[in-house]
Write a protein that binds this ligand. Structure first.
Ligand SMILES: Cc1ncc(C[n+]2csc(CCOP(=O)(O)OP(=O)(O)O)c2C)c(N)n1
Length: 312
């Protein structure tokens, strides 16, 4: 099992150093961890987000495996097409035996997944392709200058939802994409973070071993977008789980399993106060946003516990 740390570190690094990710970027941790688990026989597709931009600056590539550039709208469609071609070649007997088992992984940011590529993701999942779609959710359109996306949490300051005398930042409740994927009735869906490396590796293994479509939603703390000290990104991933902002769970054939239930729940405000994007919420007069965020997180957690109870 690749979920053994010793084994995992012996595996070949398929995302090499020298890429252009920001100092403290947790997205490169996500890509490295996934590729260490998936291995070389993997076809990767990337939508036009940070993790594509920083790893494929012409004429270089940080990928030591096949990598296909996609537009925002069609990463899932591109990889579903490659997977179909693979099946067709296999059926015709046109593949050498050693190329018999290939992983197909599509990557997209939250802008490319929650928003612009949602239709192609939905189509690929519904058609039942044998592929894994990974959304690295850094809560905004980061590489174009931190514009809000439908994944941005209430109260966050972004360039298109700025905080100031007239506004407390993003006003709308974030979309729950994981729930939308559950509604597709696909065999495997999970949330995780790059801090929880063992959980992440286990989920990648399960997702790739499951015949049919699988989806992973991975929280990615972003230094310039969330405004934090580059040293603490990975801690913010851990604390997002400790405060229940980002529960880590899986839904396997409709059955929910929460992988970590914090013993002592951390207040969401303690997580938020380490991030400059929420700085304005700690000024007098804005307490109501912190209170409503805590109430929202508590309510969603209760719903998740009930889903686990009712489906197990
Ligand atoms: C259809 C379309 N709209 C807008 C753009 C411009 N664009 C390129 S990258 C990007 C932001 C990507 O955001 P996200 O998918 O969240 O990834 P991140 O940069 O945060 O990693 C935008 C808006 C584009 N390339 N195509």
């Amino acid at each position: 099992m690749a979920t053994n740390l010793k084994q995992l570190t012996k595996n070949e690094e398929l995302l090499c150093g020298g890429h252009r990710a920001c100092a403290g970027c947790t997205g490169s941790n996500i890509l490295r961890q996934i590729m260490l688990t998936a291995g070389k026989d993997t076809v990767v597709g990337g939508a036009t987000g940070c993790m594509e931009v920083v790893t494929t600056i012409f004429p270089y590539t940080a990928w030591k495996t096949s990598f296909i550039h996609s537009a925002f709208e069609n990463c899932a469609a591109t990889i579903s097409g490659v997977e179909t071609a693979f099946r067709a070649l296999k059926k015709r007997g046109d593949l050498p035996v050693e190329r018999d088992n290939i992983n197909f992984i599509a990557f997209g940011g939250d802008g490319g997944t929650y928003d612009i590529g949602l239709q192609s993701l939905s189509g690929a999942m519904e058609r039942g392709h044998n592929m894994l779609y990974v959304c690295y959710d850094n809560n905004a359109y980061m590489n174009t200058g931190i514009q809000r996306s439908s994944a941005t949490p209430v109260g966050a300051h972004t360039s298109t939802a700025p905080s100031g005398s007239q506004s407390t930042g993003k006003q709308e409740i974030r979309k729950d994409l994981t729930k939308i994927l559950v509604a597709h009735n696909i065999p495997y869906i999970a949330q995780t973070t790059p801090y929880h490396w063992k959980d992440l590796a286990m989920k990648v293994e399960k997702a790739l071993a499951t015949p049919g479509p699988a989806f992973l939603n991975i929280l990615m703390p972003c230094t310039p977008g969330w405004h934090f000290d580059p040293a603490i990104g990975i801690d913010l991933a851990r604390e997002a789980v400790e405060c229940n902002f980002w529960p880590i769970f899986e839904v396997e054939n409709g059955v929910y399993n929460i992988n970590k239930k914090p013993k002592e729940k951390m207040p969401v405000a303690d997580w938020m106060k380490k991030q400059g994007r929420f700085k304005h919420l700690f000024k007098p007069g804005n307490e109501h946003v912190l209170e409503s965020t805590q109430a929202f997180v508590d309510k969603e957690w209760e719903k998740l516990l009930k889903l686990e109870e009712s489906t197990s």
